[in-house]
Write a protein that binds this ligand. Sequence first.
Ligand code: ADP
Length: 491
Amino acid sequence: MQKVLNYFNPLIRLGIKEYSIKLPIAINFLATLGSEITALYILHNPLAVGSYIIFINVGLIIYFSFRDGIKGGFISTLFAVLYYLYIIETRAYRGTQLQIAVETTLILMLVYLALAFTIGWLKQRIDDLIIQETEARQSAEEGKVRMETILEQLPVGVLMINSKDKKIEKNRQIEKLFGNYVRSRLVEDEKYKSPYSFKDGKPLPAKDWPLARAFNNGEVISGEEIEYKREDQHLFLRINATPIRNKKQEIFAAVSTVDDITAEKELEQRKDDFISMASHELKTPITSMKIYIEVLLNLCKKHQDQKAEKTLLSIKNQTEKLQNLVSDLLDVTKIQTGKLSFNKEDFDLSELLSEIVEVMQGTTQQKIVFINHKKIKVYADKFRIYQVVTNLLTNAIKYSPQGKNIWVNLNEEKKRILVSVKDEGIGINKSQQKKIFERLYQVNESKEKTFPGLGMGLYISKEIVKRHRGNIWVEGEEGKGSTFYFSLPRT
Ligand code: ADP
């Protein structure tokens, strides 16, 4: 029964583009037959008959154009007009009466057609809109389900926030990492510090959480490392976050990914421990080797064995290289563990630079030009500053095989003392200029691969300069040489 009612209910059929012809024909036929019977046997007043028939026809046109679109309305109009013509024919109108009847039929036909077309067209438009809307909603829902499935399957944790309700949504991976400890909303309190999240060893203020910074300040955060400590859990996390903007560039959401890098960190720690241990173990035998070489060299000199002396000198040279390498390795591990110590004193930097330039000049064909000879006093660790300058000069020589000159410059400025080492070598791509100061970083172009090295020198230099409250940086372009600068505060 409900099915039959639904079949006839035009409201339920909104959004269904099944426009029947059979039903309007059948119903209109029956209605016309009914009207004729009523006109012949029930109602006798012509005015009442006329009003009755018009009422029925208008009703049918509205109903069918609303149920079956323009087609339904036109079929009903056709039946009405044919019936009116039938009446004119069978009731034998004459003269003006006939004329009025025909004219009325024509006018009614036009009105009916307009009615059928307007309602039918509206019904068809509504159907189209409803179908489009349903399809859009369906595809949005499908998209959401697809997105949710992808998020659940991702091996990284994902956090999301939107500006509508400011609720934080999370995937399963986040729950695995933090249990129920993820807030359902961002903390609004400016002063709040998380008891579990730490950055550089300090509790992390809620306003500095990557998701909060992306959402509130529009920051794009990439690869930020945060520690998470709660009860017996100690995690290292690498976090990215980005704001999502609408067409007007307003932030309406933000998303953050959280990668658990604890295992990676542990491995790195073990590697660092190994390097530290190995370099410590190597230090003593190398020192003994150097002493033995000196003893042997003295013996050779005594016996005037020049051939053996030459060989020993080259062994000494290689041993010194090995010693420098081990000493760099030790420095790197000291930096890692915060154990790099300094013995500061007052000394003349210009004098130190002159000495280094002189020694380095003996190792290369390239001309090293030192510009400043004015006394400039600094309060610093002489050996460590020597290490920085030597490293910069060694690199300048190493990475400018075709270069002619190297310039060392020393300048006293208002607040700082500036040293620069300029070469005419292979230069460094702008995108790499910051990275070369990272630990074990080497530019990985085929050109650079031909130069020996481990990528420790600049990392150590940076730490030394930083610990003297100075700065180190590089300028220049790939293929056009580099200028390395470092500054020290004035005493
Ligand atoms: P290493 O020279 O042992 O590889 P460094 O830490 O001293 O390590 O340098 C890091 C990287 O920076 C080098 O591998 C090289 O690619 C680049 N670099 C350093 N100095 C220069 C320079 N003067 N010219 C061009 N590239 C340089």
